[in-house]
Design a binder for this molecule. Structure first.
Ligand code: ADP
Ligand code: MG
Length: 817
């Protein structure tokens, strides 16, 4: 028996004759089509025809909603399709449409024989996914069959425990298996609904489905139903209100009576529809996903096979398997991430030989001796780690974390000095000009104690006493004159300058080095990976030290900066004071201003951070100007205020900072985007507006701007109308001073995207892995390292699938090798 195209052709021709009024068949063309197409689709074997069939959306047609013109056009293309089908059948002497019954589409593991279809094909190849449905899935980021397989439910409802009707408990989510005694349409609150009485051997219970009168007709008396949902009480009796339900038949349950997946939905996607579709897709396609993990590793780590994990993640048999599925999929994410960062590291270390630097130099000892303080044990330890690393022929790639004021700069300066003693140049890159300037003057100050200032020009200092010739330190920032810049660039190229401090200007093309040995990057989180590699390409494969004052929780550090080795200065120099932190209610604003007035009267200075405005920098600047004027005129008319915002030129910013540092200004009003990471020991008050909108780490960063001198310092946080989470944050920052602890809290409260600012995070999509999965992360890392030891380039046969998968999730990996 062959499914005949003829009835459809007849209907369509009739429809044309009747003027496309959707009157050819009773019940409308769409219904007719669905019936016809539902049977036909099983039988189409030619991929080309199947493709056309899908494009025409015969299964999911929407004829009724088309305009007359569209109807005409659509019918014509369907007629063309039918002609082709009939033609093809005659030509090959076989039917393209063969009876559905002759194929055994039995159960889960039916193989599609069509070669051109793979799990990377668009989802429209899936039966039942029309273009319009595909568009809705696209909105959720689902484009290919693989995407759909990885489109996991955000959670499951546990409807797996069945109860006898007599034991239902009000207020609980319960599942029963019951017979339908009667079902009828009723009106509830004026809406057509369905009411049913169902029961088992222990009793009966009423079930209502609001707004769903059609159900009454489809659940006949004696139908066996599985019903899952919350049990309510109505007039003293139990009732299920709009529960999930499903007929108890031979097939597997998907909506009730089990762990039921809840999928993320978008407009026009219905839960039951998505569940049904997902079940079909998982059953039909899930097993075609190749398991890319080497089997030895998988067994060692006791992980589920990939197809099994995918299936259990959607439709778990039980809780234990659901968890194992998550573990397997999370492991994949973390493992691939680790392989990604390790290949990055490998590329970096193998690119060219590095420049081993001898650290046995009397210079170092002299420098340390000349410091006005003893290094803390943490600084000593980290310096040792750095030096050991510099001596290696492989270039260093190290992340140095340490709180604001923990003394990273001194350690970096020591490393730069050792580098210079070896005849190599060093760069120190800061995120802003002000900071670059500050580093320049700090480093010069430190050097002037051990050496003698010999020459001093703008942006250039030279010291005797270190090398056989003068040691030169230069500042290269964007806003110096062209002539000066060119001169500096020439001297850098000549090798005449030993240490260059600057901003992004340092990684521009014009800057070339004579012999770059060490690059220090301050405040890593502002530098993307690309900028890091641009700096590397300055040649000579320099050692690299990346510094950050934003404490990064260990899990994130391993994830994001897994290509870097880690050093931590986890100790502040002795005698650091605790900055008193207080979250103020809006009503306390006036007293906060009064407090600032008193501090200024005592000779201190204050920062005021303007409200956060998430619009353009122009708008932010405008708001800052308004706030500055308000404060100058209405609040602190007697005091001298300065303003700092992102639209000011570097020179203007610099001028304001200088005036503030010299004490000429009492209060510095700044936008939050402006880096105020500069040392003003006399500043004792940090007032932050809209503090509820900042993360803990950022607030901690602001707070770190004060308390750098002898006087007791204060941090005042203002929040107009904080949300619950924000309140929690404000409570925490009041109590906790430790940056690492705050970072962990921040991560917990806000997630990694916000922790870093989504744009900069560069964090790959982690759906199953949580950054709190420390144990799993460590496992993934150690397995990735093991694998790398065996097969660095994943060239072995048994790693070919893995290598393919890595290229798929980390396409940038290609750039690294
Ligand atoms: P970071 O860069 O980590 O924020 P800095 O290197 O700028 O910190 O150091 C902050 C301040 O602490 C500087 O004034 C520095 O001279 C001083 N400092 C650094 N190390 C020590 C130490 N071991 N003992 C006392 N003061 C120190
Ligand atoms: Mg610093």
């Amino acid at each position: 028996m062959t499914i005949n195209a003829e009835p459809l052709r007849k209907v369509l021709e009739l429809e044309c004759n009747k003027g496309y009024a959707d009157s050819a068949v009773i019940g409308g063309l769409d219904r007719f089509l669905r019936n016809w197409a539902g049977q036909a689709v099983e039988s189409i074997t030619s991929p080309r025809l199947l493709n056309r069939f899908n494009k025409l959306r015969l299964v999911n047609s929407n004829y009724a909603s088309l305009t007359k013109e569209q109807r005409k056009e659509w019918i014509n293309s369907v007629l063309d399709f039918l002609t082709e089908v009939e033609h093809g059948a005659r030509e090959k002497g076989e039917a393209n449409l063969v009876p559905a019954v002759s194929q055994p589409p039995s159960g889960a593991r039916r193989q599609r024989t069509v070669a051109s279809q793979s799990i990377d094909s668009p989802i429209t190849i899936i039966r039942g996914i029309s273009l319009s449905l595909a568009t809705k899935f696209n909105k959720l980021g689902v484009k290919t069959v693989r995407d759909l397989l990885y489109f996991f439910p955000h959670r499951h409802l546990d409807y797996s425990q069945r109860k006898p009707v007599s034991q239902l408990t009000e207020g609980k989510e319960e599942t029963i298996v019951a017979n339908v005694w009667q079902a009828q349409e009723i009106r509830l609150g004026g809406r057509r609904s369905t009411e049913a009485i169902v029961g088992d051997e222990t009793g009966n219970v009423r079930v209502v489905w609001f707004n769903n009168p059609y159900l009454a007709k489809s659940i006949a008396t004696n139908t066996r139903l599985v019903i899952s949902g919350r049990v309510s009480l109505f007039k003293g009796r139990h009732v299920f209100e709009s529960p999930e339900w499903e007929r108890l038949e031979d097939k597997e349950l998907i909506h009730a009576g089990r762990l039921v997946p809840l999928y993320p939905l978008t407009q026009g996607l219905r839960p039951r529809q998505v569940r049904k579709l997902m079940k079909e897709v998982v059953d039909q396609w899930g097993w075609q996903v190749e398991d890319f993990l080497p089997s030895g590793l998988r067994e060692r780590c006791n992980l589920l096979e990939l197809p099994e994990a995918i299936s259990q993640a959607h439709y778990p048999e039980d809780d234990a398997l659901k968890d194992r599925a998550r573990v397997r999929l999370a492991f994949d994410e973390l493992f691939l991430l680790q392989l990604g960062v390790l290949s990055k590291k490998r590329a970096w270390q193998e690119g060219q030989p590095g420049s081993p630097i001898s650290t046995k130099t009397p210079l170092l000892e002299a420098f340390l001796q000349s410091l006005p303080f003893e290094l803390t044990p943490a600084q000593h330890r980290v310096l040792k780690e750095l030096l050991a690393n510099l001596e290696k022929p492989q270039p260093m790639s190290r992340l140095l974390q340490g709180e604001v004021g923990s003394g990273k700069t001194v350690v970096a300066t020591a490393a730069l000095l050792v580098t210079a003693a070896n005849g190599y140049q060093g760069v120190f890159m800061a995120p802003t000009e002000i900071l670059a300037e500050q580093h320049f003057s700090t480093i010069c100050q430190l050097l002037s104690r051990a050496g003698h200032l010999e020459g001093q020009e703008d942006y250039l200092h030279s010291y005797s006493g270190f090398l056989s010739r003068p040691l030169t330190v230069a500042l290269l920032i964007g806003d110096i004159t062209q002539t000066k810049k060119r001169e500096l660039q020439r001297r850098i190229l000549d090798g005449d300058i030993d240490i260059v401090i600057g901003t992004h200007a340092l990684i521009q093309k014009e800057v070339e080095f004579h012999r770059l040995g060490l690059a220090v990057v301050d405040e890593q989180h502002r530098f993307g990976v690309t900028q890091r590699s641009a700096l590397r390409q300055k040649g000579f494969n320099p050692h690299m030290l990346v510094m950050t004052a934003t404490p990064i929780p260990r899990t994130l550090a391993l994830t994001l900066y897994g290509d870097l080795d880690l050093s931590v200065i986890d100790q502040l120099p002795p005698g650091r004071q605790v900055v008193k932190t207080k979250w103020l209610k809006p009503g306390q604003r006036a007293s906060a201003y009064a407090f600032i007035n008193r501090q200024v009267a005592d000779g201190r200075q204050a920062f005021i951070i303007c409200p956060l405005i998430e619009e353009s920098e122009i708008i932010q600047a405008r708001a800052a100007i308004a706030e500055y004027e308000r404060l100058s005129q209405d609040v602190f008319p007697e005091l001298r205020l300065g303003l700092l915002h992102g639209r000011m030129s570097a020179a203007e910013k610099d001028k304001v900072m200088r005036r503030f540092r010299s004490g000429e200004l009492h209060i510095l009003v700044a936008t939050p985007v402006v880096e105020v990471g500069i040392d003003i020991p006399n500043a004792t008050v940090m007032m932050v507006e809209s503090a509820d909108r900042f993360g803990l780490s950022q607030l901690h960063q602001f707070r770190g701007r004060v308390g750098r001198g002898q006087e007791q310092s204060y941090c005042m946080l203002l929040a107009q109308n904080p949300s619950e989470v924000a309140r929690e944050r404000l409570d925490i920052i009041e109590k906790v001073q430790d940056g690492f602890q705050l970072a962990e809290e921040d991560l917990k409260l806000r997630g990694p995207g916000e922790f870093f600012g989504t744009r900069q995070s560069g964090l790959p999509d982690l759906r199953m892995a949580k950054l709190s999965d420390v144990a799993l992360l460590e496992l993934a890392r150690s397995e990735a390292e093991k694998l790398f030891k065996k097969d660095k380039r994943l060239e072995k046969q048994e790693h070919s699938l893995l290598s393919k998968e890595l290229a798929r999730v980390w396409p940038e990996a290609g750039e690294w090798s």
